[in-house]
Design a protein around this ligand. Structure first.
Ligand code: PHE
Length: 451
């Protein structure tokens, strides 16, 4: 497979494919609740600053590593320097841990699509609907199996092309809907306070946690620090500009996340002010049904159904790309058949995903500093593993193969305008920042300092 790599037809093809993997639940579900939790405007500001510096440099590096070697993560690191193959191995563990709980949330989206399509909007808009749903043991598990099953079937039969075609057509509709809903929400009484909270940075709310949260979200949302962009890079043609592709992917991804925040956060202010302080993974599911309900019976049902179905497709394209990655890691390493690997990965996801479901009912007693099991997986991957992979990648590029190696690769397709910035970030700024953030968050977890 390695010597017969197919490639994207051109820049548009590459940017769309990478953006398709990047835009998913991370933008629509995860970003708004983190922004609400970590102080609104200050989180948004930190996120944007990180995206144009850190995110830019790391994405350029990952894509260039992929394109230079023509391999996916493990072999790519191994090819560049044998001793550092383990970075690729570590990066590959991340999607294996994300995929299971991604499918749990995907299941919630399916449930809400079904409720809206069957005219149950009024129920969904009641305050404890979401909590009651999670407390039932069997139902969330059923939806989780459905979402995971569909993902596995698509990967098994290799019919991604069909799904991709549908979602390319749905993506613009989803964005238009998000803008429409955001504009509607902002006209509700009191919503402007929420807009201000979301957009105006309040520096007193700044903490190490804001940076850690924003950094983890950046990696998650742009599919960085888990080997995925390396794989995408390996399919990229030499004449396509890495630098401008990265800018476009980031602009797209951050734009969708920003809009999703604009849709959810002001709604919390007007319709469910109590949930602001304790905003967690349920935020989108608790507030949006209230917004739709406010629109009116017919309009709300139509718009709400459309919205959840679109989000379902956006989530599906991401879960497919995650599972595809996991499947190919096992196949490349162990030479298993596609069918066997799919079944194996399905089983692995059930084993890791079930505890996330059960954490809201049977195992609700199992918490760590107030975090449910799903939160724990999320924190483990986003706040610990991904920063470590990002740190190792920067050190590897900065001091082992040297940034110049990748700048040369990037310059094949023209001038690398932000070359200096890239090299300084990779060599000095990123490693120092990540180490400081990791240390303070570990100290914070151990209770040695308060952050
Ligand atoms: N970036 C995706 C999102 O925002 C999640 C994802 C990660 C998808 C890795 C594919 C691979 O939802």
């Amino acid at each position: 497979m390695e010597n017969k790599r197919s490639s994207f037809t051109g820049k548009i093809g590459f940017v769309l494919a990478a953006a398709g993997s990047a835009v998913g639940l991370g933008n629509i579900w995860r970003f708004p609740y983190l922004a609400a939790k970590y102080g609104g405007g200050i989180f948004l500001l930190v996120y944007i600053v990180l995206a144009v510096t850190f995110g830019f440099a790391l994405m350029c590096a990952e894509i260039a590593i992929g394109r230079k070697t023509g391999k996916s993560a493990i072999s790519a690191f191994g090819d560049l320097c044998k001793r550092y193959k383990f970075i690729g191995v570590l990066a590959s563990v991340v999607p294996m841990l994300i995929l299971p709980y991604y499918c749990v949330i995907g299941g919630w989206v399916c449930k809400y699509s079904a409720v809206f399509l069957s005219g149950g909007m009024n129920d969904a808009a009641t305050a404890d609907f979401f909590g009651n749903f999670l407390e039932k043991t069997g139902e969330p598990i059923g939806w989780f199996f459905l979402f995971l099953g569909v993902t596995a079937v698509v990967v098994l039969f290799g019919v991604e092309k069909g799904i991709e075609r549908v979602s390319k057509f749905m993506m613009p509709i989803l964005i238009a809907l998000t803008i429409g809903i955001a504009v509607y929400t902002m006209t509700l009484p009191g919503a402007m306070d929420g807009v201000v909270y979301y957009i105006k940075p309040d520096f007193s709310k700044f903490s190490v946690n804001t940076v850690l949260g924003a950094m983890g979200q950046l990696f998650y949302s742009t599919s960085l620090a888990m080997g995925i962009m390396i794989t995408y890079g390996s399919y990229m043609k030499k004449e396509v500009s890495i630098e401008s592709s990265v800018k476009q992917i980031e602009l797209f991804d951050t734009g969708v996340a920003f809009l999703a925040g604009l849709m959810v956060i002001p709604a919390v202010y007007t319709l469910a002010p109590d949930s602001l302080g304790k905003s967690g993974p349920g935020l989108m599911f608790e507030t949006l049904p209230m917004v739709f309900n406010n629109i009116g019976q017919v309009g709300g049902t139509v718009i709400g159904s459309l919205f959840f179905v679109m989000v379902m497709f956006a989530a599906l394209t991401s879960s497919i790309s995650l599972m595809e990655t996991v499947v190919s890691i096992f196949r490349d390493r162990l030479g298993w058949s596609r069918k066997f690997t799919c079944i194996f990965v399905f089983g692995l996801c059930v084993a890791i995903g079930l505890p996330s479901c059960l954490g809201y009912n049977v195992w609700s007693g199992v918490t760590l500093a107030g975090n449910t099991i799903l939160d724990m997986f999320d924190t483990l991957t986003n706040s610990i593993l991904m920063p470590i992979v990002a740190l190792l990648t920067c050190l590897f590029v900065g001091y082992v193969i040297k940034p110049g190696t990748l700048s040369d690769e990037i310059e094949i397709s023209g001038k690398f305008k932000r070359k200096k910035l890239f090299e300084v970030i990779i060599k000095y700024i990123a490693p120092v920042c990540i180490v400081l953030i990791l240390i303070s968050s570990v100290l914070g977890i151990l209770g040695i300092i308060t952050i």
